[in-house]
Design a protein. Structure first.
Lengths: 260, 266
């Protein structure tokens, strides 16, 4: 039995002929991985996430999640294992209240009313938004919507959480709250983001992409401190590392004072 | 606020009032749906000249307004959009049916006038009853009731998604309208020359948003039919509610209550 939960082998994808969006992507992820997927705009980060949940199926190569090969036939089983948090929470919340939205997945997976209630309460407590339980989704702030969107996927009890730009449009307080929540979740995480400071705080591994290819895959600390590598691929050092001279940070540690 | 954002507000307002906690809100949605269907059926089945009988049917909306805390003023304000259509329905009756029926202070009232007025009342009451149903019952609960009645799943899902997507379409239209008006401050409305491209934009954007919402649904196990929340088991009140109302409607429909009460005093 493989100890890798996600295996992506030689995946290529294009919408049009001769214009590949992803080229020969191969990586695997195990149970301890929190992966930051970074790269400039349009390098294929979101497309890769969409492939992993089967929203884009016209790819070549192989994707397996939890030893199940991703095909049209296995989609329902795969999707039960993966929670995907959309970039725009407006697209994720479509039921009238937070409760109804979180209960949507458990109901679809055939759980009875008591189990649904239990799943919803658990997800709300995990994120700490029990007070939003009966709130109408359209009345919520951007930060509340993001928390509710995460709760909707936690109610599915997934093994893997994929997030597309989770900190976008969040104020500093909600961003900090999100980082704390991400660090408290022991799921396999793949987080596509331009917020490299958040990636530094929440991920132990980073995959750097450019022009549809994986350029670097390694420890977050190594990649996110490599100024030349980041700049060569349209990025720059995380803000907390800019202009400092000494580094004394280790993965998993809050990095209030990082010195280069 | 633009008219589009007004409309978005209205949809959300309906969601809010439908989530109320009044005694009417607490009645099982199937009971309310059946009562509404029965009310509409009894109301339209009145004889075309029976205006006095029809007036007694007002008792249902009056009772619901007072029990449900739904604002009558707001409801009439909302119904003003359909009222012209309601008037149109009966407007030709006085022209086609000119047989004199009775004299009122020297004015000859024709059969057409009476039937036109009756038609107007029927249309008004039935629209009001439907409005009261959606104002006291959430759309998901109505769909749940339709499911219990074995309405085809596809149709129920269509109703639910249409309702949900209205706000998606409206909010995209609102974004386009706001972006346009900020860059065309001296124009009232949108110039007809750009209607085509803006409608195209609206279509593409709405399809995009709708696809994302659909993606979000399928990722959470949606496979073509909504799994509704199970409502608490029906209580005795939920059986009594339709029974009492349907009995009352039958009494109002098949007895001439107004002349009966009038005879008691004359």
């Amino acid at each position: 039995m493989s100890h890798h939960h996600i295996i992506c082998s030689n995946v290529s994808f294009s919408y049009e002929k001769n214009h590949e969006i992803l080229h020969d992507i191969s990586f695997s992820a195990g149970h301890d991985d929190a992966i930051g997927l970074i790269g400039a705009n349009g390098v294929g980060k979101s497309t890769l996430l969409r492939i992993l949940v089967g929203l884009e199926m016209g790819f070549t190569g192989e994707v397996s999640i939890g030893e199940i090969r991703l095909t049209k036939k296995t989609l329902p089983r795969i999707r039960e294992k993966i929670g995907y948090v959309f970039q725009d929470s407006e697209n994720q919340l479509f039921m009238p209240t937070v409760y109804e939205d979180i209960a949507f997945a458990p109901r679809n997976y055939g759980l009875d009313a008591d189990q649904v209630e239990e799943r919803v309460s658990h997800a709300l407590n995990l994120i700490g938004i029990n007070y939003l339980r009966d709130k109408q989704t359209y009345k919520m702030s951007g930060g509340e919507k993001k928390m509710a969107a995460i709760a909707t996927i936690l109610a599915m009890t997934p093994d893997v959480i994929l997030m597309d730009e989770p900190t976008i449009a969040l104020d500093p307080k909600n961003r900090r709250r999100l980082i704390n929540i991400l660090n408290s979740l022991d799921h396999i995480k793949i987080i596509a983001s331009h917020d490299l400071d958040m990636v530094l705080e929440t991920c132990n591994r980073v995959i750097l992409m450019s022009e549809g290819k994986i350029i670097a895959d390694g420890a977050a600390r190594n990649i996110l401190t490599d100024k030349d590598l980041l700049e060569a691929n349209g990025l720059e050092l995380p803000l907390c590392l800019q202009g400092e001279s000494d580094i004394s940070w280790h993965p998993g540690e809050p990095h209030g004072h990082i010195h280069l | 606020m633009s008219k589009i954002s007004d409309a978005i507000y209205e949809v959300h307002y309906m969601d809010t009032i439908a989530s109320g906690t009044s005694p009417v809100h607490r009645v099982h949605p199937l009971a309310k749906l059946l009562v509404t269907i029965a009310y509409i059926w009894f109301t339209v089945s009145f004889d075309k000249y029976n205006v006095t009988g029809l007036i007694t049917m007002v008792v249902y909306p009056v009772a619901l307004f007072s029990l449900s805390e739904v604002s009558f003023k707001h409801s009439i304000k909302k119904l003003r959009i359909v009222l012209p259509f309601v008037v149109l329905i009966g407007i030709f009756n006085p022209i086609f049916d000119r047989t004199p029926r009775f004299l009122l202070y020297g004015l000859t009232i024709t059969n057409g006038m009476v039937s036109g007025f009756a038609l107007f009342i029927k249309a008004f009451l039935t629209v009001l009853a439907s409005y009261l149903l959606i104002a006291t019952t959430r759309i998901e609960s109505i769909c749940y009731a339709l499911n219990i009645l074995h309405m085809p799943d596809m149709l129920v899902t269509q109703i639910l998604l249409t309702y949900r997507y209205i706000t998606v379409l409206l909010s995209e239209a609102n974004h386009i309208f706001e972006a346009y008006s900020l860059r065309a401050p001296f124009q009232k409305g949108i110039h007809y020359k750009v209607w085509g491209s803006l409608i195209g934009q609206l279509l593409f954007r709405s399809i995009d948003r709708a696809s994302s919402l659909y993606d979000s649904m399928v990722l959470r196990g949606y496979s073509g039919s909504f799994k509704h929340s199970q409502l608490p088991n029906a209580r005795w009140q939920d059986f009594a509610y339709p029974l009492l109302w349907v009995t009352l409607f039958a009494v109002l429909r098949y007895t001439n209550l107004i002349s009966f009460i009038g005879n008691l005093f004359i």
